[in-house]
Design a protein around this ligand. Structure first.
Ligand code: ADP
Ligand code: MG
Length: 402
């Protein structure tokens, strides 16, 4: 489906481009008084039409920002060129106003602002020149310079508005695509986790069963029995981890959803992780004043917070603090985990949530995947803001339950 989409997109591009080239060629050949003279003016017009046509036709092969910049510069030369060559055609002035619209077609915001800026300078110079030196060539502009200037400003505002709306739409679509990608990742990871977890669960149950039998057996002395108890405890932990993995693929419908007090949960999570942080002299500063409530399963919410705060501690240097804040913003409960650790690049942030993506020697690369999964289950979101060597801020939002 994606492929046909690209193909249709390309077809539309070539169709538009051929239309543009035809219009440019007609403009060059029909009723053009410069043809008869065959002077510098006509050669310039012909060359720029050929250059633009070739550039537009080969653009899809490269599609780079530099290429788009070249196209915009060519558009400037073309439109200002015909404005100067054919002063009697007043509609050329309208084309000048719409040069920045070319950048909108390429969805390039940087280029759009660049062309808007350059065009305003060039128009100011053109108007200045006409006001001072023109002798009857551009009477339609000169006679009413102020109104024409206003018209120009108005047209730029209109183009800006169109750009703003298009950009907003494109951003929304990108976000939607990202969400689909994330959901797809979770699905694959979930299926994988379920398959592995299932295979592990059976042997664990068998071993645990035997250990429980030995624990009751009078043949063994108390010292050995206490070791059995320890083994059973460890196996219980393994079992609970395995069940959590299974829950990714098969969400447990019977998991209790309650009104969880974030303040209490954050307090217990930070108490738990403080001892972990102390290993490297990292301290967790908790800032939460009011009680806020989230509709979720307490264990899962804790699991999410533990994963994210643990990541923040692991990214921090010795002695640095991690700040955890919680609070209510209208009908949203917002939690922020802020560290001043090594941070992440944009590509690294994009990879978060991909199963087994980890840059740590002993990492599993499953933490964030589980977090995204839990957040999605309770209609929450997790956002990362990070800069290399400056730190990371993770913002987690959930709908508030009153
Ligand atoms: P793990 O912790 O097992 O590596 P996660 O899914 O929890 O797996 O995290 C994946 C990777 O994301 C980590 O290896 C780390 O490189 C990066 N990461 C996550 N949180 C942070 C953070 N706060 N600062 C810097 N890097 C982070
Ligand atoms: Mg982790």
């Amino acid at each position: 489906m994606f492929k046909t989409y690209i193909r249709n997109d390309q077809r539309l591009y070539y169709f538009t481009i051929l239309l543009v080239i035809t219009i440019m060629t007609l403009g060059l050949l029909i009723k053009n008084h410069l043809i008869e003279e065959l002077g510098v003016g006509f050669i310039f017009h012909l060359s720029i039409v050929v250059i633009i046509s070739v550039t537009l036709l080969i653009y899809p092969k490269y599609g780079t920002h530099r290429f788009r910049t070249i196209i915009i510069i060519e558009a400037f030369i073309y439109y200002y060129g015909i404005f100067i060559l054919y002063p009697e055609t007043w509609s050329n002035f309208i084309f000048l106003c719409f040069i920045p619209a070319v950048a909108i077609m390429f969805f390039d915001s940087k280029l759009f602002h660049f062309s808007l800026f350059i065009n305003s300078i060039l128009i100011a110079i053109t108007f200045g020149f006409i006001a001072l030196f023109d002798h009857g060539l551009y009477t339609y502009i000169k006679q009413d310079l102020v109104s024409n200037a206003f018209n120009y400003v108005g047209s730029q505002a209109l183009i800006y508005f169109i750009f703003y709306l298009t950009n907003l739409r494109v951003k929304k679509q990108e976000l939607y695509y990202e969400q689909i990608k994330q959901a797809e990742r979770l699905k694959t990871a979930g299926q994988l986790a379920a398959a592995v977890a299932h295979e592990i669960r059976n042997p664990v149950t068998v071993v645990k069963g035997f250990l429980q039998l030995y624990e009751q057996d009078s043949q063994f002395n108390d010292a050995i029995k206490s070791q059995f108890t320890l083994m059973i405890d460890e196996l219980n932990t393994a079992e609970s981890v395995v069940s959590q993995f299974l829950s990714i693929a098969k969400p447990d419908e019977y998991l209790d959803i309650e009104s969880v007090n974030l303040k209490v949960v954050l307090q217990s999570v930070t108490d738990l992780l403080n001892s972990y942080g102390l290993l490297n002299n990292n301290n967790i500063e908790l800032e939460i004043k009011e009680d806020c409530y989230i509709a979720a399963n307490k264990i899962e919410l804790k699991q999410l917070l533990i994963n994210i705060i643990k990541n923040a501690l692991e990214a921090s240097e010795i002695g640095e603090s991690v700040i955890v804040t919680g609070g209510k913003k209208q009908d949203i409960v917002e939690i922020q985990v802020i560290d001043h650790g090594h941070g992440m690049s944009d590509t690294e942030i994009e990879c978060l949530g991909t199963p087994f993506y980890s840059l740590k020697s002993k990492g599993t690369g499953l933490g964030m995947m589980i977090c995204y999964n839990i957040a999605a289950k309770y209609k929450g979101t997790i956002e990362f803001q990070s800069a290399i060597d400056e730190g990371t801020t993770v913002t987690i939002c959930f709908p508030s339950r009153n």
